[in-house]
Design a protein around this ligand. Structure first.
Ligand SMILES: [Zn+2]
Length: 289
């Protein structure tokens, strides 16, 4: 079981908001929201109380301009900021469903201007204590109301980070197109085991994944759907240097993105040259279709 109370977080409200999880056998996850408000002390107070008054508390309230953090209830129990989807109580899916309301607007992704500090690092450490991987299983949250991915099969089965825009049965598009790479880069340290292999930790099985095609496969002029599938996985892992794409033609942006992945896996220097090797490739789990 992970950290219930983030060290240093202010306590908000009564300290009790939800209850036990309905599906603790499913992987733990995070849901990012934006309050569609300004930030600063006044907003923290006003919006913080508003969420109590409408019974829509997350576990965590965060101000990206000051790194201030508050907590309504333990991360080990449910919050109340998601609508249900049919009979599925979304707030209670997973061993944990950690919801974070960021004082920001979806139309102005907060990772473009936010100033992460010790409270953000404490938040990420608490998230990782639940074994939640540094990954967005449905990719970068939506840029607009249209185009939100909300596949129930992904939501119910994959651990990681989601936007409110990715939750089935919900119609909000927050938190907007935040940059996963900046979120994870602001939280130095080791991502949870089971998702790290640079140090020899276990990785999940590779059934259904593209086998390592060999480093020589990745060369100028290579055109293959494997390159597109690889690029999509890199984006989902927050390792994107793409200005457009990813696409089937192996190029410099693929190489720079893959370097980010190698660094995330703990490699550095010439071991993070952007050319896929077997260990990082298998950890990336590029799907066959
Ligand atoms: Zn929301």
């Amino acid at each position: 079981m992970g950290t219930a109370w983030i060290p240093g977080a202010e306590r908000l409200g009564s300290g009790t908001i939800g209850g036990p999880m309905d599906h603790p056998e499913r992987p733990a996850r995070v849901v990012w929201h934006t309050t569609e408000s300004g930030a600063g002390p006044s907003a923290f107070h006003t919006v913080g109380n508003y969420l109590i008054s409408v019974h829509s508390e997350p576990q965590v309230l965060y101000d990206p301009t000051t790194d201030r953090i508050g907590q309504y209830g333990p991360l080990t129990q449910s919050a109340r900021a998601l609508k249900n989807c049919g009979t599925t109580r979304n707030n209670r899916v997973g061993a944990a469903c950690i919801q974070i309301e960021v004082l920001a607007h979806a139309s102005q992704p907060f990772t473009a201007y936010w100033r992460p500090g010790p409270n953000f690092r404490a938040l990420m450490a608490a998230i990782r204590s639940f074994g939640i991987p540094d990954a967005f299983p449905m990719g970068i949250p939506a840029r607009s109301v249209a185009g939100c991915r909300r596949e129930e099969s992904v939501w119910l089965t994959r651990g990681g980070h989601y936007g409110h825009c990715n939750v089935p049965g919900n119609d909000h598009w927050d938190p907007g197109a935040i940059d996963p790479g900046k979120l994870f880069a602001a939280a130095p340290g080791t991502p949870p085991a089971g998702h790290t292999s640079a140090t020899g930790a276990a990785t999940p099985g590779t059934a259904g994944c593209v086998p390592f095609p060999g480093t020589a496969f990745f060369q100028a002029g290579r055109h293959s759907p494997i390159v597109t599938a690889m690029g999509r996985r890199l984006v989902a892992e927050g390792c994107s240097a793409y200005t457009h794409g990813p696409g089937p033609q192996w190029g410099e942006e693929d190489r720079r993105s893959y370097t980010l992945w190698q660094r995330k896996r703990g490699y550095s220097g010439s071991d993070a040259d952007g050319l896929p090797g077997r260990t990082t490739w298998e950890a990336l789990r590029v799907p066959k279709d």
